[in-house]
Write a protein that binds this ligand. Structure first.
Ligand SMILES: Cc1cc2nc3c(=O)[nH]c(=O)nc-3n(C[C@H](O)[C@H](O)[C@H](O)COP(=O)(O)OP(=O)(O)OC[C@H]3O[C@@H](n4cnc5c(N)ncnc54)[C@H](O)[C@@H]3O)c2cc1C
Length: 448
């Protein structure tokens, strides 16, 4: 049996990008929106994320005396990625980021502050925004979904995965296909959803071993820290339409995943003085020289693909605000040693090697007193490669034309990291998702 419905906007995926698209489009009460979500029970990556929203030029920054702008944000991202080819796309995201962060905080009323305690590689001023308790992305997504539920012109259909796109010959582009909706499935019933605009917002493919082997095999077999729903369903839908896969090897990796527990420690730890040594006790990296995504590759290259992170009480106090530290402590992933001799006993690393490695490098402070420590490994959180899109998130074919009726956002489209995982700038995953959603939704609301 097939049910049929017709809407103005059909969204595949109810995570960060899909929800923002629907919120923005439904600001126009005449626009009818349907979001089809695979499973909120399984969750989206935004739910399990830290919920850190990167934006340059927000009201909160201005009030905190932080001078920032979309241009500076964009320059920082390109500085990290080294990829000029996507500057227009990155700039378009940076331009809308302060608008939706202000909107979430000031208009919708979600509590946000600028994380001045969240230094990150290549971030020239504090620009991550999060709730004061650092509760992570779950409460933020619940809040945004609740806002969506209040809108009469939106249907959010859960436990209803999209199976395929509906396509037909495009009368305006002879020989090409256009998208006119999708087919979803709920409780064994097929639902044909026809729409003026169809948005694909089903995230990437990090939880699909075959696609990871096809596109990102150099990552080896990392810990996977994302949700089960990231199976790259959109790859099979977009490939026949002429998708140009871009920067597919790049991922949001994490080099601060606790070994055997799968929690993460606060990415600010290196800036608070934490030191990394490998299992032979050798300090193999300047901890501040890489973001957490870049650090993953350095840890992958160490014996046993692991490293010991060590930090003192002062660093602990400075970084305890993060939900990642609370989760790691609860999981029993962080241990404490009385001194270096005790650390050597607990880790099996020679004391004299540890003493040498824990010496501060130039410009850094010495570790003092009791030493907290955890074994870390590398993980993958999300993919960053995806379909090439233009600055309105339309799918671009090899000949430069775009597919009518379709927009592709969030982790289904190419991200901002550039060709390598090292290029990922903190806060860019949610920005690529929410920023694209804001832009796509606004276009639909305006009837563009
Ligand atoms: C542990 C972790 C921490 C992170 N922390 C941050 C952070 O602090 N800041 C930041 O900017 N980024 C962070 N990220 C990255 C960020 O979460 C993602 O980049 C972002 O959520 C991508 O948004 P999206 O809408 O594309 O995907 P998602 O938020 O994952 O949403 C995709 C949705 O599509 C649904 N879906 C999938 N297939 C189908 C289908 N066939 N039919 C219907 N629905 C489907 C999924 O169920 C899901 O609900 C983190 C990621 C992880 C895993």
């Amino acid at each position: 049996m097939t049910e049929r419905i017709e809407v103005d906007l059909a969204v595949a995926g109810g995570g960060a990008c899909g929800v923002m698209t629907a919120l923005r489009a439904s600001e126009n009460p005449d626009v009818v929106v349907a979001v089809f979500e695979k499973s909120t029970r399984e969750g989206c990556n935004a739910d399990v994320s830290s919920g850190s929203l990167a934006a340059g030029g927000t009201r909160l920054q201005r009030e905190a005396g932080i001078e920032d702008s979309p241009q500076r944000h964009c320059d920082d991202i390109i500085g990290n990625s080294g990829d000029e080819s996507l500057r227009d796309l990155v700039m378009a995201l940076c331009e809308v980021a302060p608008r939706y962060v202000d909107w979430i905080g000031d208009v919708l009323g979600y509590p946000l502050e600028v994380g001045t305690d969240m230094p990150r590689k290549g971030m020239s001023v504090p620009r991550l925004h999060a709730d004061p308790q650092r509760r992570g992305g779950g409460p933020l997504m619940s809040f945004l979904r609740a806002e969506l539920a209040r809108r009469d012109n939106v249907a959010f259909v859960d436990e209803a995965p999209v199976r395929r796109l509906l396509v037909e010959p495009d009368p305006d582009q002879p020989g090409q296909q256009r998208v006119v909706g999708f087919e979803a499935e709920q409780n064994g019933t097929l639902i044909e959803v026809r729409a003026g605009t169809t948005v694909v917002a089903t995230d990437g493919f990090a939880n699909n071993p075959e696609l990871m082997a096809r596109f990102a095999s150099s990552l080896g077999t990392p810990f996977y820290g994302g949700v089960s729903t990231s199976t790259g369903d959109s790859i099979a839908w977009l490939e026949p339409l002429g998708a140009q896969w871009t920067h597919m090897e790049a991922c949001l990796r994490h080099g601060q995943v606790t070994l055997g527990h799968g929690t993460r420690v606060n990415p600010a730890l290196p800036w608070a003085g934490a030191v990394l040594v490998n299992s032979e006790g050798e300090r193999f990296v300047d901890e501040q020289a890489h973001g957490y995504s870049g650090l993953a590759g350095r840890i992958q290259a160490q014996p046993g693909e692991r490293a010991l992170m060590v930090w003192d009480e002062q660093a602990m106090e400075e970084t305890m605000t993060s939900e990642m530290m609370r989760e790691s402590l609860t999981a029993g992933a962080i241990s404490r040693a009385e001194d270096v001799a005790d650390l050597a006993r607990r880790t099996g690393i020679a004391q004299e090697t540890l003493e040498r490695s824990l010496q501060p490098i130039e410009g850094r402070r010495a570790q003092r007193g009791r030493l907290h420590h955890t074994w870390l490994t590398h993980g993958v959180l999300t993919t960053q490669g995806g379909a090439l899109v233009d600055t309105q998130w339309r799918l671009v074919r090899a000949d430069g034309s775009t597919v009518s009726g379709l927009r592709v956002g969030g982790g289904s489209a190419v991200g901002t990291a550039g060709p390598r995982s090292e290029g990922y700038s903190s806060g860019s995953g949610l920005m690529a998702a929410m920023g694209a959603g804001w832009i796509m939704g606004e276009q639909v609301a305006k009837g563009a």
